[in-house]
Design a protein around this ligand. Structure first.
Ligand code: CA
Ligand code: CA
Length: 300
């Protein structure tokens, strides 16, 4: 199995980046990732003011995937996520929605064990590893790995985890995918501004799927999640709802109005993250509602 080390990273997604690694469709590869601080925080004495912010959110890659073209949809099947042996959680004035109530910067380094993160002697947090940054080169320009968007990127969506599939629209030959910012655990919203930030190794398989999407979509056993990011909640929610309603209308062969009714009756709106420069939301659509053909294992 190919192993892509974490010494080749980007902090901007761009179609102009030179590929660092190459993969084939259907191939399983292992990707090593640095934590979102690029390994600069090793002790609790290092606070948010103390490191080089230009190195934040390094994503390992870009990975050129043979056979992917502009206009295709890439499926990233997340097979496994192994975290590092410690996680980092920072608090700092101004960080997160309650940042104004935080008086001093502080850092916690939390040991990660096989199935939990030890917050202290009494609080053990179940290990729920997820990928914070997963993206491809965007349609235009350079996009910081700190930002989410139609190309994926800093989606901070807790369903991007082992066993699930992430679908991304491809804007350039080879897709130029990159991954980083693992979290050992994170609740919806990423409410204090960080997950339990960690390094690690992910195992993924890349395939091409025969449907077109405009924004990232995640699939797990029971749901499709339609993801949208924007600079306001209203715009992110509008985009996610509109995309879901249109997709439902197409899948179910419904009018927009009937699809809109079904959306309201069975779908949940969830916050992925509310702490990045753009916010990310998702709409969960139960697969039980859909005809089998929608989620059959067709791959090519
Ligand atoms: Ca993140
Ligand atoms: Ca993070």
């Amino acid at each position: 199995m190919k192993h892509f080390p974490s010494n080749r990273t980007i902090t901007y997604f761009s179609s102009q980046n030179q590929p660092a690694y190459f993969a084939e469709l259907g191939e399983v590869v292992e990707i090593e990732t640095n934590d979102c601080y690029d390994g600069q925080v090793k002790t609790e004495e290092t606070h948010r003011e103390d490191f080089d912010r230009s190195r934040l959110n390094p994503a390992t890659g870009p990975i050129y995937i043979n056979g992917m073209q502009k206009g295709d949809t890439l499926c990233v099947e997340v097979l496994d996520i192994k975290t590092g042996d410690y996680g980092i959680m920072m608090a700092a004035p101004g960080l997160g929605p309650l940042g104004n109530s935080v008086s001093n910067s502080s850092t916690k380094i939390l040991p990660i064990y096989e199935d939990h993160v030890e917050f202290n002697e009494t609080i053990k947090i179940p290990l729920q590893p997820m990928i914070g940054v997963a993206g491809v080169a965007p349609e235009e320009g350079e996009v910081s790995t700190a930002l989410p968007g139609t190309h994926g990127g800093n989606l901070d969506t807790k369903d991007i985890k082992a066993g699930n599939k992430l679908y991304l629209p491809v804007f350039t030959e080879g897709a130029l995918a990159a991954f980083g910012d693992l979290h050992a655990a994170m609740g919806d919203g990423e409410l204090s501004g960080t997950g339990i930030e960690t390094s690690g190794v992910i195992k993924v398989r890349f395939t091409k799927v025969p449907f077109i999407i405009e924004n990232p979509v995640v699939e797990d056993e029971k749901f499709f999640y339609f993801i949208a990011s924007a600079d306001t909640y209203e715009q992110a929610i509008h985009t996610a709802l509109l995309q879901t309603t249109n997709q439902l209308a197409s899948w179910l062969d419904f009018s927009f109005e009937d699809s809109y009714r079904v959306l309201s009756a069975v779908c949940d709106l969830k916050f992925s993250q509310i702490v990045n420069e753009l916010v990310t939301v998702r709409v969960a659509v139960p697969k039980s509602l859909l005809p089998e053909s929608v989620y059959s294992e067709q791959r090519y």
